[in-house]
Design a protein around this ligand. Structure first.
Ligand code: ASP
Length: 433
């Protein structure tokens, strides 16, 4: 093959979105494993290399992305509306993880068809509740980072970021203020750089996922299809449950006292867009237009809550961490104790602050939850193949959560016109019409 032919083939390959290439690698690797059987497990070291790349990213991602997220929460920019929004965002995210854990505990998506064993996870002695709570606060933050202990690292970064914001607000010293700004800017640059590295790792992930799946299906055979199907079903069930109970029942009907159908009709464009483009940041203009035109919410509320939500409020992503944690534990044949599940809620809620509203970022955040539980990061490689589907569900939940909270806070602050079209007759034309 000539050089130009190779170059043009490579360009065409790169033109296909990475998630679809990973999806294809997932299918082809699985087929190879099924056809060849045991010998396909020889590819495992390539998969292991991908897993090491993911491990390498964990601590820098936590530090940079969380600092970036916390910057948005600077105390003085919040005010009363801000506090209401942030409190509801945090509360609904925690509920989302609980729903994810609850539904997946019922379905046990990974308990049939695929099993790996992890001596480390099984032999590790479960710490008691008091110890787990105490361990959230690192005795030595640098030590926690060096050892890759996720929860104490997250805790330290969040309080450090808040400390920086407070000093920035209180000090008159221009040098200190500009130092803090530079610090945050550096964190932002670091986060951007890490996203680039993540996507570099994902490029390799095409080969990595191929190898991991060849190994999985080479070992477990056709039965391994079942857990992946169940994973998707579980995520869907959890999303429907959360949207139904928490957003429609609790927030819209309960706190705002309005018809859930009217809310769904008003937010439909944002939900469909999120499903199709898998990015809450990308969906933001549509979410804002739904809030304004269909739901009659004033800009002083949604202009603050929706951009903030697209950055820090990721209920679908948090829920997914719960579902995937149980899936991983099932596959490894370990039981998650109540304390483990509590730590999943803590990591998932805090990690969602640092999750970017772009396609696939929730998958990388899964590395944090798995590390916290001492489960192998290989699972990230497994679920990467079906992530294009899971990500759609996550993003739709993320965006719906932003809108539902915005509606409630707008109602509390007298900033919503309930005579707006959606609330009136429950049906509005789509902006696409
Ligand atoms: N794609 C999601 C979003 O933009 C984030 C994620 O991957 O979970 O909201």
């Amino acid at each position: 093959m000539s050089n130009t032919a190779i170059v043009s083939l490579w360009r065409r390959y790169r033109a296909v979105s990475i998630v679809y290439r990973i999806g294809l690698a997932f299918v082809l690797g699985s087929i190879l494993g099924l056809v060849v059987g045991q010998p396909a497990t020889a590819l495992k070291p390539i998969g292991d290399l991908f897993v090491r790349l993911l491990k390498m990213l964990i601590v820098p991602i936590v530090v940079f992305t969380l600092l970036m997220g916390v910057r948005q929460l600077s105390p003085s920019s919040l005010g009363r509306v801000g506090v209401q929004v942030v409190a509801l965002y945090a509360f609904t995210s925690a509920l989302a993880v609980a729903v994810g854990l609850g539904v997946s505990n019922l379905v046990s998506p990974g308990s049939r068809g695929l099993s790996l064993t992890n001596a480390e996870a099984q032999s590790a002695e479960a710490p008691n509740a008091v110890e787990v709570l105490l361990n959230i606060v690192p005795a030595n933050p640098i030590g926690s980072m060096a050892e890759g202990n996720v929860l104490p690292t997250i805790f330290f970064v969040v309080v450090f970021g808040l400390g920086l914001s407070l000093v920035w607000e209180e000090t008159d010293d221009e040098a200190v203020r500009s130092g803090i700004e530079t610090f945050f800017d550096l964190a932002e640059a670091g986060a951007e750089a890490m996203y680039k590295v993540v996507w570099g790792a994902m490029e390799f992930g095409v080969v990595g996922v191929f190898a991991l799946m060849a190994n999985v299906f080479g070992t477990s055979g056709i039965d391994a299809i079942l857990p992946f199907t169940l994973l998707i079903v579980t995520m869907l069930l959890a999303a429907v449950t959360h949207i139904g109970l928490v957003y429609l029942g609790g927030l819209v009907a309960g706190l705002a006292g309005r018809s859930p159908l009217a809310f769904l009709s008003g937010g439909r464009d944002a939900m469909v867009t999120a499903l199709s483009i898998r990015s809450s940041s990308g969906t933001l203009p549509v979410t804002m237009s739904d809030a304004d035109e269909n739901l009659g919410i004033e800009e002083r509320i949604y202009g603050f809550s929706l951009p903030l939500g697209a950055t820090i409020n990721m209920d679908g992503t948090a829920m997914y961490q719960g579902v995937a944690a149980v899936f991983a534990a099932n596959i490894m044949g370990v039981n998650l104790s109540l304390i483990d599940q509590f730590s999943v809620v803590a990591v998932a809620v805090l990690a969602s602050i640092g999750t970017a509203g772009v396609p696939g970022s929730g998958l990388i955040m899964l590395t944090l939850v798995l590390t916290q539980l001492g489960l192998p990061l290989e699972i990230v490689g497994f679920v990467a193949g079906v992530d294009p589907i899971l990500d759609r569900i996550r993003t739709m939940v993320n965006v719906t959560g932003d809108l539902a909270v915005t509606t409630v806070v707008a109602k509390w602050n007298g900033a919503v016109d309930f005579t707006a079209e959606a609330w009136n007759d429950g049906v509005v034309p789509s902006i696409a019409d």
